[in-house]
Design a protein around this ligand. Structure first.
Ligand code: HDE
Length: 674
């Protein structure tokens, strides 16, 4: 039996190194983990069996309440490296000094439960906990830079409406239902975010290929106490990539954990996901001149107006050791800021400052949740807070209050305040606020709900606009309330008449009167940074290719393709009808799991597979989802059965040509359907 000191880590964590004696939670060695204690070999189980009772007792309580939003998530460890320090803007060491800061990141979907799928149309959470030397800084953002609502008081309504309907208990992880569209149809401020959520941003290809945004305007505060407004952006080094809707739906069936597995495997393979941290900074004078309010979370600042400046990079290089202990128990708090970073009076952010601390108590059960290893700061932490459920710390001495004069008696008096400590920016008026009355009103500047929805829509390419129209058409086709559909069409008319017409046509609905905006929208200059397609990166890095090899297929061709693809940074999987001949089995590996496919078949395979549904689907889906297909004459019967028409994305099996073709998608195929 190994000693206690060997089996316990320094932080009190238990290591499973294997081979140690099995014990109860109280350290008593167990001789039999197969049979409960019975009165006779066929008799009742005895209450005396403390081994059984402890095991079942613990098991019964293994689950904790899931997050009310963002329940399904995937996490990873890594570091943030400040490469372009900004001490002139902030005294926060994490951004003011070059160097690395450890982080834990959790990505999530919003609406679905913890056991739901990875690929619904949804917003993605992008929450980063920086373990800085001055305490934890949590940047709890999303992959969309704006939000549905302007004021925290509407958040429970928004979430109730999007979650499964409260009588039926469905649909799970889907916004395509009556109550969500009813709510947003009555909240025109949500229209901008609706455009984003219905765009390809709502169905990302991989968590490694999403942007992240702090959403709210925050403040940076320098050593002189000067405050500068800031928006935070994460830019994925792999570029942005998305699925198409039909693909996302099928992926949910093929691999419920598609994003989680992709993230895990990339990190295991040493292919570490990376993002640049970029900031947009501005002062009150600039803010005052904008037609929108920088405190309104339904608005963004176009990058053409304020370019982003890269200050560092995020690298995720270590998978969690334990999903529950880390990814499930991590507690993000927008209130976790460090000296040099501060809040603004954005009314959505202000509400969040209450909610997250509150929710952790109900989720993790104790005010001491900050002691859980993934939540604990990595810098020293001292205060006079004591006791509480599940207290892990063992404070010494009797200094649990201050001021005290225990030092005069030679005792440890405990920690002191520091002049370097966090100090709130004092001004409440630098954005023109007049805090002389208590009011339940919103600033006039929050009243334009359509200009930026229009800006987003009109900044997209034709294909992207069509995807938005198709997504709204799909979602509304699941709405049974006719008046809600009409009300949405009324909003769409204000955003863009062509968009409204496309959706109405798709639904075979008449167009209603346009909605009456409280404030007439303005036409803002389109912003290329809002389009995924306009800044697409054609690369094999982060992409996965499936090579279908037939029984009489030329293995050397498959090998040549594989090495050419891997040399460019792609992951490759060989797929065969029989698992034993390859890395994956065709029936369980549909082409939705790959970014491009190649068919290495013999003549006989081509003919046989033309009658085999998984093979036909493999090819027809790859084609419909705008993917490159590498093929040769032997596969022709299968291509015919799958309805593939030759185009620039259907290429032969020459490795160089295929590698080039496989680095992008061929959306022109969709245009043929318009
Ligand atoms: Fe959250 N949100 N939220 N949210 N949120 C939570 O906190 C809330 C909002 C975001 O991986 C909860 O620990 C309110 C905006 C992420 O653990 C809860 C409002 C943005 C995560 C909560 C918002 C977010 C959460 C649930 C309106 C983007 C997952 C569990 C005022 C900037 C963090 C938890 C993780 C989680 C409340 C709006 C992002 C209930 C009241 C805007 C990424 O506290």
């Amino acid at each position: 039996m190994s000693s206690i000191s060997e089996s316990r880590g320094q932080g009190g964590e238990t290591h499973q190194t294997g081979g140690e004696a099995l014990t109860t939670n109280h350290g008593v060695p167990i001789s039999d983990n197969q049979n409960s204690l019975r009165a006779g070999s066929r008799g009742p189980t005895l209450l005396e069996d403390f081994v059984l009772r402890e095991k079942i007792f613990h098991f019964d309580h293994e689950r904790i309440p899931e997050r009310i939003v963002h329940a399904r998530g995937s996490g990873a460890h890594g570091y943030f490296e400040c490469t372009d320090p900004i001490p002139e803007l902030t005294r926060a060491g994490v951004l003011a000094n070059p160097g690395k800061t450890p982080v834990f990141v959790r990505f999530s979907t919003v609406a679905g439960g913890a056991g739901s799928v990875d690929t619904p149309r949804d917003v993605r959470g992008f929450a980063v906990k920086f373990y800085t030397e001055e305490g934890n800084w949590d940047l709890v953002g999303n992959n969309i830079p704006v939000f549905f609502i302007q004021d925290a008081i509407k958040f429970p309504d928004l979430i109730h409406s999007v979650k499964m309907e409260s009588d039926k208990g469905y649909p799970q992880a889907a916004s395509a239902h009556d109550t969500f569209w009813d709510f947003v149809s009555l909240m025109p401020e949500s229209m901008h975010m609706i455009m984003w959520a219905m765009s390809d941003r709502g169905i990302p290809r991989s968590l490694r290929m999403i942007e992240g945004f702090g959403v709210h305007t925050f403040r940076l505060v320098n050593a002189e106490g000067k405050s500068t407004f800031v928006k935070f952006h994460w830019k994925p080094r792999l570029g942005l990539q998305s699925q198409v809707w039909n693909e996302a739906v099928k992926t949910a069936g093929a691999n419920q954990d598609y994003h989680r597995q992709d993230l895990w495997e990339a990190i295991e393979a040493g292919d570490f996901p990376e993002w640049d941290l970029a900031i947009q900074t501005f002062d009150a004078e600039w803010a005052e001149k904008q037609p929108y309010d920088v405190l309104d979370a339904t608005k963004l600042i176009p990058e053409e107006d304020i370019p982003v400046r890269i200050v560092g990079k995020l690298v995720l290089d270590r998978n969690p050791d334990n999903f529950f202990a880390e990814t499930e128990q991590v507690a993000f708090l927008p209130t976790n800021v460090v000296p040099g970073i501060d809040f603004t009076d954005d009314p959505l952010l202000q509400g969040r400052l209450f909610s997250y601390l509150d929710t952790q108590k109900s989720r993790l059960g104790t005010t001491n949740f900050h002691q859980i290893p993934v939540n604990a700061p990595k810098c020293p932490m001292h205060n006079f807070q004591r006791d509480g459920m599940m207290q892990m710390a063992v404070p010494k001495g009797r200094a649990n209050y201050e001021p005290n004069s225990l030092d005069q008696a030679g005792e440890d008096p405990g920690p002191r305040e520091s002049e370097q400590g966090f100090a709130t920016v004092k001004s409440m008026t630098d954005l023109g606020n007049q805090p002389d009355q208590k009011l339940r009103v919103r600033s006039e500047k929050f009243a334009d709900h359509y200009s930026q929805a229009r800006l987003f829509y009109r900044s997209q390419t034709d294909v992207e606009q069509r995807h938005i129209a198709d997504a709204i058409t799909f979602e509304l086709s699941k709405v049974g309330l006719g008046h809600v559909i009409q009300r949405i069409l009324g909003h769409l008319r204000v955003i863009d008449e062509d968009l409204a017409a496309m959706v109405a046509e798709g639904l075979a609905e008449d167009l209603p009167e346009a909605a009456k905006p409280f404030r007439e929208p303005i036409d803002m200059a389109p912003s290329d940074a809002l389009s995924i397609a306009k800044s697409a990166k054609y690369t094999m890095k982060g992409r996965k290719v499936g090579i279908l090899i037939g029984q009489s297929g030329d293995q050397s061709k498959a090998d040549a393709l594989k090495s050419a693809l891997e040399a460019e940074g792609a992951t490759v999987e060989l797929i065969a009808k029989e698992r034993g001949r390859a890395e994956a089995q065709l029936a369980g590996s549909p082409s939705v799991l790959y970014d491009a496919v190649a068919l290495v078949l013999g003549e006989e395979d081509g003919r046989k597979m033309a009658k085999y549904k998984p093979a036909i689907d493999f090819v027809s889906d790859a084609f419909a989802h705008a993917k490159a297909i590498g093929t040769d004459g032997a596969a022709q019967p299968l291509l015919d059965a799958a309805g593939v028409e030759k185009d620039e994305g259907v290429v032969d099996l020459d490795p160089a040509g295929f590698v080039k073709a496989a680095s992008r998608r061929y959306y022109a195929r969709e245009e043929a359907l318009w």
